[in-house]
Design a binder for this molecule. Structure first.
Ligand code: NIG
Ligand code: FE
Length: 424
């Protein structure tokens, strides 16, 4: 078959291949296939060949229409996958930074009606068009930083109308720009002010009114809950997630971030695809997640930004056989960062992960955390042609440099969508 795109002579092609059926665990997380002087051939939307340049050139035909990119001195990676974001929201929360610097704790800001609840106000009062416009802007920022697929949670509406507005905006944002979005319903993100002091009455609305409409409208693939002291208990989270599972959604959970409530254990009990955050996860929670194959989506950028002081026990989880993925948690409060390259840096420095482990955690394991590993997350034949060319001589360089966007070219479904570091 004639190639529509051929990338050749890359200093390194890092494939993350061979793990589409199951996420990488334990030592395998740190093993990564690196092809020196590598090439990737693409035909239409799919990858047709990956290997040393000389071999790929022998296998594939090219013609005058083939776009050829010489990647000499550069690194090629699978398109990055960000499996935990809250990318559609109104307003911003820069005013909370000074409160934080004065030492007011995150949950205290929320209890005072700020935090998530102030983003809820701003999201409710934003029009759909405004949400879509902002969502497109944030997705383009992600794209130029190498992200080609991201999760997108609701959760700043907290009324039926506003939650549906967000999820419909997610659909529109996904259609309007190249980053694929996987939608998650997070109606149980906080108790809105109309239900203050009565979380159970609010959860009745989530379960009986919002969830059926979300499912009916095919507006979400997953359901998530913020299981945390002062937000939703394990028992309340179980109620929401059990109903969501019965309605056909996959499950995720904001678990054991600040207080060790037992969110990891709950995620394992219910067969959730992932449990996220996990700074305060217990040993028992780790064991249960490993046994059930629940992916730990770690969000070290959030820990850094909240100055939580201690990071999720990534090494213990990897050693115990828990599959690990990494994400930005992009949101207006605890993580106003949508750059996965920065997450690589923080994960290496503070989660003590190796560069290879971090790359597998934002490619193939992240794709598993979104149920998309058959299609994306690695460079291999017949997968979607989503890839990134970094201006870096080797993949270690990505972990070493920080604060500079090293992305030069992004290809999404076979189309060059970022060139020279700029959106095409
Ligand atoms: O994942 N933890 C709960 N939700 C978000 C924070 C949302 C916010 O502060 O607006 C998170 O960190
Ligand atoms: Fe989050």
């Amino acid at each position: 078959m004639t190639a529509s795109l051929l990338i050749k002579h890359a200093a390194q092609v890092v494939t993350s291949r061979g793990a589409s059926a199951k996420p990488l665990v334990g030592e395998s997380l740190g093993r990564i296939e690196v092809i020196d002087d590598g090439a990737v051939a693409v035909s239409g939307e799919k990858i047709t060949a990956v290997g040393p340049t000389a071999e790929v050139m022998e296998q594939v035909e090219t013609d005058r229409q083939t776009k050829v990119i010489d990647a000499t001195g550069k690194v090629v990676l699978p398109g990055l996958v960000d499996p935990h974001t809250h990318v559609v929201f109104g307003g911003s929360r820069e005013h909370e930074l000074s409160l934080k610097l004065q030492g007011v704790p995150y949950l205290e800001i929320l209890a005072r009606g700020g935090g998530i609840l102030s983003s809820v106000e701003a999201t409710r009062s934003a029009s759909s068009d405004q949400l879509v416009e902002r969502g497109i802007k944030y997705c383009r920022q992600m794209l130029v930083q190498g992200t080609t697929t991201a999760e997108a949670k609701s959760g700043y509406g907290l009324s039926t109308e506003a939650e549906l507005k967000i999820l419909r905006a997610v659909q529109q944002v996904a259609k309007a720009q190249p980053v694929d979005l996987v939608p998650t319903f997070l109606g149980a993100h906080a108790v809105p002010k109309e239900f203050k002091g009565d979380p159970d009455r609010y959860l009745k609305l989530v379960i009986e009114e919002m969830l059926p409409q979300v499912v009916e409208g095919k507006l979400a693939c997953y359901c998530d809950v913020f299981c945390e002291e002062g937000v939703f208990s394990v028992e309340q989270s179980r109620r929401v997630l059990t109903a969501a599972r019965a309605a056909g959604l996959g499950l995720k959970l904001h678990a054991d971030e600040i207080v060790p409530l037992g969110g990891a254990e709950l995620a394992a009990e219910l067969g959730a695809v992932s449990a996220d955050h996990l700074l305060a996860v217990s040993d028992r929670g780790i064991e249960k997640m490993a046994a059930a194959g629940v992916i730990a989506v770690l969000l070290p950028g959030t820990t850094f930004y909240l100055r939580e002081g201690h990071y999720a026990p990534a090494r213990r989880m990897i050693e115990a056989g828990v599959p690990v993925a990494l994400a930005t948690d992009f949101n207006p409060g605890s993580s106003p960062n949508n750059n996965l390259q920065l997450v690589i840096n923080i994960a290496c420095l503070y989660l003590r992960m190796t560069p290879a482990e971090t790359i597998n955690s934002i490619t193939i394991n992240a794709a598993h955390a979104l149920g998309r590993a058959a299609l994306i997350g690695s460079l291999e034949e017949n997968k979607a042609a989503d890839l990134v060319i970094f201006d870096a001589p080797n993949y270690d360089y990505l972990a070493y440099r920080y604060g500079t966007n090293l992305v030069e070219t992004v290809v999404k479904n076979g189309a060059v969508v970022v060139e020279g570091g700029l959106v095409d």
